[in-house]
Design a protein around this ligand. Structure first.
Ligand code: NCD
Ligand code: ZN
Length: 353
């Protein structure tokens, strides 16, 4: 596949997405629905989604946000997740397993990132019965893999998480299905590639395309700040190698995380990059850089469904080699937001079918 001018592939899914709520949700959900058939929806709303009934109500709001004149504008399936807390019980897990719309639990270590104050403080103690039930019933655990210990350097938090938490978690619950979310280090992809048992990892467009210099290029650049934070070039190379390898364990998860412009350009700016608008264009740019456009479909459309035990989508999308300039700003309810790589020109343009 040398320099193709079009790339037609099975419609992809996004296995890690923040959709927010209210006016923000209405502004962004159509972007994801344009490119993706399904998305794993993160539960870190201001009030975390901790129960099946909360997830079902949120799902309804997502579907409503896609409706015009009472009709759905596009086919899109939100795959709901529940927020694991110290109070999650084995019964909560059984309830989730019995709900056809809930696909996973999400582990945020308390204080790790946006809206994670209700996160877990006692994973191996209070959460043990819930983890046991997940392992037994095949319910995946999606992991934000960073320690929150303030003594650990922010750039080392993923690597230290593997040593302090991930190894023990998978030793105690060897059959638990785990997704190591938004991998950012060579340590992370090496672990996921080699580890025994059911494990996979998602990769974002920003971590495949940029290293940590982007955050400091000519001054502090808040729109390149997300968590886990961008790392050194050697890590980016390792992530790109993993994504474009033939390992079934690495698949697409944008971690698109919209924040209003004024909340990122602030004295304490929010973490998160918005990529739902142009996710496939960004991923195609990264895969082309690695000379592996031929692996994009497996990464974006095949490996995720295989891990989750879901059917592959039946419709197609096309990427065309033509210049696409990322808008400087996009509307976000009463605010606006700055998308990832705003103002830069990419070589690919997305279209239907
Ligand atoms: C996410 C958000 O804003 O919700 N932010 C981010 O930088 N990725 C939270 C998260 O997934 O860490
Ligand atoms: Zn996220």
């Amino acid at each position: 596949m040398t320099n193709p001018t079009t790339l037609t592939m099975i419609r992809p899914d996004d296995w890690h997405l923040h959709l927010r709520d209210g006016e923000g949700l209405k502004a962004v959900v159509k972007d994801t629905a344009r490119q993706f058939s399904r998305a794993i929806v993160m539960p870190n709303l201001a009030q975390p989604v901790t129960t099946v009934s909360m997830a079902l109500a949120y799902r309804d709001r997502i579907l409503q946000a896609l409706q015009m004149d009472g009709k759905s504008v596009v086919e899109f399936t939100p795959l709901m997740t529940l927020y694991l807390t110290d109070n999650t019980t084995a019964q909560d897990v059984r309830d989730a397993v019995n709900c056809e719309h809930v696909y996973a639990f999400k582990l945020y270590p308390a204080g790790a990132t946006t809206n994670s104050d209700s996160g877990v403080t006692d994973l191996f103690g209070r959460c043990a019965p819930a983890l046991e039930a997940m392992e037994k019933l095949g319910m995946p655990l999606l992991v934000h893999g960073e320690v929150t210990d303030p003594d650990v350097d922010v750039f080392d938090r993923e690597a230290v998480f593997i040593d302090r938490v991930m190894l023990k978690l998978r030793q105690q619950f060897p059959e638990l299905k785990v997704v190591f979310e938004h991998l950012t280090t060579k340590n992370g992809v090496d672990y996921v590639r080699e580890a025994p048992g059911p494990i996979a990892g998602t990769l974002t467009p920003q971590h495949l395309l940029y290293n940590r210099n982007a955050i400091f290029q000519g001054g502090l650049q808040p729109h390149w700040f997300c968590l886990p934070v961008l790392k050194r070039e050697v890590h980016r190379q390792a992530l790109l190698d993993a994504a474009t390898s033939d390992s079934p364990r690495f698949f697409l998860g944008t971690d698109s995380a919209p924040h209003a412009q004024h909340l990122k350009e602030a004295s304490c700016g929010c973490a998160g990059c918005y990529s739902a608008l142009h996710a496939l264009e960004l991923y195609a740019t990264a895969f082309e850089q690695a000379g592996r456009l031929d692996r994009l479909e497996a990464f974006a459309s095949l490996r995720g469904p295989a891990f989750y035990g879901l059917p592959v989508n039946t419709t197609k999308v096309t990427l065309t080699r033509s210049s696409y300039t990322v808008p400087q700003t996009v509307p976000f309810g009463d605010d606006s937001l700055i998308p990832l790589a705003a103002g830069t020109t990419l070589n690919w343009t997305f279209s239907e079918g």
